[in-house]
Design a protein. Structure first.
Length: 411
């Protein structure tokens, strides 16, 4: 499987070199589906680290592809605004879902502060035994000697159970959360997906009304319903923030969980290291998140005309930070395409962002990944990937739809 990927990537490099630089579009979703997007970013980092795409299905945009340049944009909220959206696609004016990630201070800071206690260190300590018990139950139910889909049986199930706990959502209906997350990521461009979101909004409105009428509790809906800066949000903004928390708590963690299995399969010497020394999980977890780069990009808009490394970015123009490229920047990270579980600086990555928009749930994501692998190592000598992963056609979230695996035996 790895050899096949290398052949496809080599062919992609040839194709990319033949495209005039001014016509190069790093947002082509098919390349992410085929896992050949790396060739685009290798060329951009080398030849045009600040690059303008004049025509794409998302309209014109600037790309920033080197590690340090991405950090420069991400940590300068005064010059690069989030208020017009954080994905490369524009907000659908017919179905807007305002959310605090797509806002600037002071509104962003006030709303983020409302939900941040859910991932405070003390609460993470309370959540860890719950995650461990559930992970163990899920792993113990896996078939031995049969092919099954790791994405559905483990990654989606464990992260969805965690989401249901964070929202105090009806547990038996938890898969609705996964479904609504998937619908939201399609961009709500058709009436069917918009109707799904209306049903989602109606469902959460009932939960909101119940929590608002009850004393404050330690779940995300109650926090929003009672928070000083969030309790009077319009319905659309309430829904936007819930979708943000669903997607943020679901897609990134589950895809890192699936990516970890694939990474170890493709790097068997690292798997040997891990089995010999499970304490390496401490550095393997951030290395998984770097190698996977679950969120491929985030977008800002220039507040005023700005000179950025020799290029004039005009006020209002889109600036896309390609985390997926910065995490493979040879100028900053040694041997970046390799998966190395005992890297000297494993937390040197961009996957959680920097500055005021740094992922609020980053420690929870790391804890879930660590705990599930602690429980895997207790049970299974090896998880073997037995077919090609199926990836989503998206330049925003690097998502696995399927990952066929087999476990030959238990310890």
């Amino acid at each position: 499987m790895a050899d096949g990927n290398n052949v496809a990537l080599a062919a992609a490099r040839e194709e990319i070199r033949s495209i005039p630089l001014e016509r190069l579009d790093p947002s082509v979703a098919e390349r992410f589906r085929d896992d050949t997007h790396w060739a685009v970013f290798e060329r951009l980092r080398d030849e045009a680290p600040v690059h303008y795409t004049a025509a794409s299905r998302f309209g014109p945009f600037w790309s920033v592809t080197r590690f340090q340049d991405i950090m420069e944009v991400d940590t300068n909220a005064g010059a690069f605004s989030s208020a017009r959206g954080v994905g490369i696609g524009d907000i659908d004016s017919a179905f807007p879902l305002p959310m605090f990630i797509a806002s600037d201070p002071p509104k962003h800071d006030a709303q983020r502060k409302v939900v941040s206690p859910i991932v405070a260190p003390a609460n993470l300590m309370n959540l860890e035994p719950i995650i461990r018990e559930r992970a163990g139950r899920i792993l113990d139910a896996l078939p031995i000697g049969e092919t099954f889909d790791w994405v559905d049986r483990v990654s989606v199930e464990l992260t969805t159970q965690m989401l249901a706990t964070l929202f105090d959502f009806p547990f038996e209906e938890r898969r609705k959360l996964t479904h609504w997350s998937n619908v939201a990521l399609t961009g709500l461009r058709d009436e069917a997906s918009r109707q799904e979101m209306r049903e989602c909004t109606d469902y959460f409105q009932r939960l909101w009304d119940e929590r608002a009428a009850a004393p404050p509790a330690h779940d995300l809906i109650s926090m929003l319903a009672h928070g000083e800066s969030t309790r009077d949000m319009p319905r659309e903004e309430f829904m936007g923030n819930l979708i943000l928390l669903i997607v943020g708590g679901n897609d990134t963690t589950r895809n890192s969980m699936s990516g970890s299995v694939l990474a170890l399969h493709q790097h068997p010497t690292e798997y040997d290291k891990l089995r010999a020394d499970p304490s390496l999980l401490a550095s393997m977890v951030p290395e998984v998140i770097r190698w996977q780069s679950p969120v491929a990009h985030m977008r800002r808009n220039a507040v005023t005309d700005i000179d950025f490394h020799g290029h004039t970015i005009r006020a209002g123009e889109k600036v896309v930070m390609w985390y997926v490229s910065g995490n493979r920047d040879e100028r900053v990270i040694d041997n970046p395409n390799a998966f190395i579980i005992d890297r000297e600086r494993p937390r040197q990555h961009l996957s959680f962002g920097f500055g005021i928009h740094r992922c609020v749930g980053n420690r929870l994501a790391e804890m879930q990944l660590r705990v599930v692998w602690e429980e895997i190592l207790k049970r299974f000598p090896v998880i073997e990937v037995v077919g090609e992963p199926v990836r989503a056609k998206s330049c925003l979230v690097r998502e696995y739809s399927e990952l066929p695996v087999r476990i030959s035996r238990r310890h």
